[in-house]
Write a protein that binds this ligand. Structure first.
Ligand SMILES: Cc1ncc(COP(=O)(O)O)c(C=O)c1O
Length: 384
């Protein structure tokens, strides 16, 4: 896809110096009046916990995802942990996921008491290599947690087929893929539950922490509602011991304003991707992100690969271009998981990626000029 030269009005007026990795200030400026009014309304009403905004946002988000239910929680890590718990995962169980993720995915698994079991990733999607899942299943395996990394869904049909065959639960980690689709279905709506983070820098981000579990299972939704609020079924009546993990009213009010723009923002991300892809096409040293034929990718991150990653990152930094590494140390090699006994070489695809990946600036308001600067600097680096 070719890009147009006048993508956004005013693009040429931006200062041509540095390019930030992301920029939440521009997004806030574009919705400031509406956000401020919605926050003011919450403050005027003085209902701060589990009120009308959480209730409405849950309905709106369920409708966006095409699920029956959505339950707001305190953050994405809790969304995963509570979803695993209500699916009956606990001590003595094993849960399969990838080592190429943020540690929250595995924290949620181990904090249920279950054992984390890793499966390597596919080198073009960076998501779970579905051909390796069956090899990791044994009689203790109870669930799979596919992570829709960088905004692209994992290959859900084969995952669901394996899950049905071995009677496993599937908890989708959608913390980086708000609005992504797998064969026309929203990421998060396919497994037993889909878990979202609203950390500020996400495609749909709050002004603080927030999370959501979506599901088509009534029992799953009702139990998470109970668990997030101290196991209460009504005030001071506790059916079980729960947690304090509620989405708050101010965050929900802000997220309602932002949800209305999510599709438009995701489209702007995709437009930016087509500019990057066109400009990087002839740079042989760079592997561009690839989009699986089944996927609508929402590019939470635009991740390239190169063998000279560290040098390139330093070069871009010296030119004022912000970048990120997602993730430089695979989870199985983290000190925190030494006890699991994994070693270097166990997951070669993940380990290779960790050394080569570089996330370039990506956010809806990024301009063509800024992308051109990023790519010009990349080309200059490889021409030296
Ligand atoms: C893949 C993945 N899983 C889980 C989480 C946890 O979300 P939160 O930070 O809201 O707890 C994140 C957040 O960064 C994430 O990227």
């Amino acid at each position: 896809m070719r890009y147009k030269s006048n993508l956004r009005a005013g693009a040429g007026m931006k200062k041509a110096t540095g390019v930030p990795f992301f920029d939440l200030k521009q997004e806030y400026q574009s919705i400031k009046d509406e956000v401020n009014a919605s926050v003011q309304q919450v403050m005027d009403g003085c209902r701060f916990v589990l009120g009308e905004n959480v209730n409405s946002f849950e309905k709106e988000f369920a409708s966006f995802c095409g699920t029956e239910y959505a339950v707001g929680v305190a953050n994405g890590t809790d969304a995963l942990r509570l979803a695993l718990l209500v699916c009956g995962i606990g001590k003595g169980d094993e849960v399969i996921t990838v080592p190429n993720t943020f540690i929250a995915t595995t924290e949620a698994i181990s904090q249920t008491g279950a054992k984390i079991v890793f499966v390597d990733i596919n080198s073009s999607t960076y998501n779970i290599d579905v051909s390796r899942i069956e090899g990791a299943i044994n009689e203790k395996t109870k669930a799979i947690v596919p992570v829709h990394l960088f905004g692209q869904p994992a290959d859900m049909n084969p995952i669901m087929k394996i899950a049905r065959e071995y009677n496993l639960k599937v908890i989708e980690d959608v913390c980086q893929a708000h609005g992504a689709e797998y064969k026309g279905k929203k990421a998060g709506s396919i497994g037993d539950a889909g878990c979202f983070s609203f950390y500020p820098s996400k495609n749909l981000g709050a002004f603080g922490d927030g999370g959501m579990v979506v599901s088509n299972g009534n029992k799953i939704a009702q139990k998470i509602k109970m668990l997030r609020d101290h196991g209460q079924i009504k005030k001071y009546e506790h059916l079980l011991e729960g947690y304090n993990s509620r989405l708050d009213e101010i965050q929900a009010a802000i997220l309602r304003v932002k949800l209305k723009r999510l599709d438009e923002w995701n489209k702007l991300r995709q437009k930016n991707v087509s500019i990057y892809n066109d400009l990087l096409e002839d740079v042989d040293e760079v592997v561009m992100p690839s989009e699986a034929e089944y996927a609508k990718h929402v590019y939470h991150l635009y991740v390239i690969r190169t063998h000279r990653r560290d040098e390139l990152q330093d070069w871009l930094k010296s030119k004022g271009v912000g970048t990120g590494l997602h993730y430089p140390i695979p989870v199985h090699l983290q000190k925190a998981y030494e006890y699991l006994g994994y070693k270097e070489g166990d997951f070669p695809v993940t380990e290779d990626c960790a050394k080569q990946i570089l996330s370039l600036p990506m956010f809806p308001e990024l301009t063509q000029k800024e992308i051109e600067k990023v790519v010009t600097e990349i080309k200059r680096f490889f021409a030296m």
